[in-house]
Design a protein around this ligand. Structure first.
Ligand code: GDP
Length: 462
């Protein structure tokens, strides 16, 4: 007679494995922020800190301090249609001689980590000694979130909105030529329209780089991702007086504007945004301060535009389109190594004030939200010098030409300073080179990355 015991044993083992797998968890985190906010540096740092988890480096990560993190490794990403986040490329740049910052975000990219941990107690602990949390980090440009407000605009209203700011100083200095070029275009010739649209996208790039502009629509004109060169991006805002629904040009541009909303903006929300469990939004308030008041004001407007994507109370635009499931939202004021530590609370206050009422409303729409100041990859050392009147805080590091520098970063305002402040004093939070002597497996200096990791993962590793 055939013994059933081995079969039963095998069946029991399979059941056990299924039960364990059921306990394994997935967490998908979207990481966004406007261009140059520091997304690439932040994701590189998260991956490095997690895969080299070390209690001295990350003292505030509770699960690690309790000895319950058994190992973290990179595993193949789940979505094979998405670009992989280039962690190795980023580490090559950071560890080169002299060290370079990695290439910035240009589109959607993801990376998956498997975190093996021992559950803290309760039913999970009784069922398994160890479990795995699969963590997906998804990088995408914040500019794409600035497209959400387009869904509530028709082409004519969008033209009015765009021209209103492009015709104002300080932007006019750069935009004047394009404004003239677009006024000269009257026919619906495909090639000519595509050319004006291309110049419009170059104008947006120039406004961003030279003038520190941030409210740039459509987001894909700036960062097209896989849509580069496609006709769906071949539209631009006409001068409001020229918008005429009987003209072939206005009809063509309106049609493309509507197609962009239907075929680019909505699918991004449906296919990607709606799948995030948590979100980190990076904000570089210091860069805006460097430019001037108009830039800080526009940054605040852009941030509030970005934040619309997180207002999904009843009746909101997003709720009508999909059912978002974000349960935690973190606003990160990054690059805090550009200022002295005593200014971190001011940076937090400034960032909160730039988010305005919009930030407060999020707190009522279901997701747990918080703001944090940190530096993903710390490129400076704090210090003090005596200038004769007492000790003054300084930071030391290397500038982008690799010269050793010592800076007096000064005070960060708690809110938007008045116009005369820039005329008298201004700010100088200019970029630093990455820290020296980073190695692929050595420690990566940071500020508060352990807080960030604990906030992101703490409850999932309990
Ligand atoms: P992205 O466009 O959002 O992906 O921005 P990046 O991550 O490429 O960052 C843009 C630039 O910000 C980098 O090239 C660095 O100059 C700077 N940066 C980003 N993170 C840090 C940081 O933690 N410390 C310092 N000092 N600079 C940073």
């Amino acid at each position: 007679m055939v013994s059933l015991t081995p079969h039963l044993k095998r069946f029991g083992k399979q059941l056990e494995q299924i039960a364990y797998r059921g306990l394994d968890q997935h967490l998908r985190i979207g990481i966004t922020g406007l261009s140059r906010a520091g997304k690439t540096a932040l994701i590189t740092s998260i991956v490095h800190q997690l895969t080299h988890a070390n209690r001295q480096q990350l003292p505030m990560w509770q699960a690690l301090a309790q000895g319950r993190v058994l190992g973290v490794q990179r595993v193949p990403q789940p979505d094979l249609t998405m670009l992989p986040f280039d962690y190795d490329g980023a580490m090559t740049a950071l560890t080169s001689n002299p060290p370079q910052w990695p290439e910035s975000t240009r589109g959607l990219a993801e990376i998956r980590l498997a975190i093996r941990f021992a559950p803290q107690g309760g039913i999970k602990r009784q069922l398994a000694d160890h479990l795995t949390l699969y963590l997906d980090l998804v990088d995408y440009p914040g500019e794409w979130l600035l497209d959400l407000p387009l869904l509530e605009l028709d082409y004519g209203s969008w033209c009015q909105q765009q021209w209103q700011w492009l015709e104002q100083q300080p932007w006019l200095e750069v935009s004047q030529r394009w404004l003239q070029l677009s006024q000269q275009q009257s026919g619906a010739d495909e090639t000519q329209v595509a050319e004006v649209a291309q110049h419009y996208s170059k104008l947006l790039q120039q406004l961003r780089l030279e003038q520190g502009a941030t409210f740039l629509q459509p987001g894909r004109a700036l960062l097209p991702g896989d849509l580069e060169g496609t006709p769906i991006l071949a539209f631009y805002p006409q001068q409001p007086q020229q918008v005429d629904q009987n003209s072939a040009l206005t009809q063509m541009l309106t049609q493309r504007f509507e197609a962009y909303k239907e075929q680019v903006v909505k699918p991004f929300y449906r296919n990607h945004f709606s799948k995030f469990d948590r979100q980190l939004v990076l904000i570089d308030s210091l860069a805006a301060l460097n430019h001037g008041r108009a830039q800080v004001e526009q940054m605040s407007q852009s941030l509030q535009g970005v934040l619309q994507s997180f207002h999904y109370g009843p009746g909101s635009l997003l709720r009508r389109m999909l059912s978002p499931r974000i349960d935690k939202l973190l606003f990160v004021a990054g690059k805090a190594d550009h200022i002295s530590i005593d200014q971190h609370t001011n940076l937090l206050a400034l960032t909160d004030s730039l988010m305005g009422a919009s930030g407060k409303r999020i707190r009522f729409s279901g997701a747990q939200s918080e703001s944090m100041v940190l530096s993903a990859i710390r490129a400076s050392e704090p210090g003090q010098v005596d200038d004769g009147s007492g000790p003054v805080a300084v930071i030391r590091g290397f500038d982008q030409q690799q010269n050793r520098v010592m800076r007096f970063p000064g005070e960060v305002p708690r809110q938007l300073p008045p116009e005369h402040f820039w005329r008298q004093q201004g700010f100088d939070f200019t970029p630093l080179a990455p820290p020296r002597e980073l190695t692929v497996d050595g420690p990566m200096p940071h500020m508060r990355m352990d807080h960030l990791i604990d906030w992101m993962l703490g409850d999932k590793l309990s």
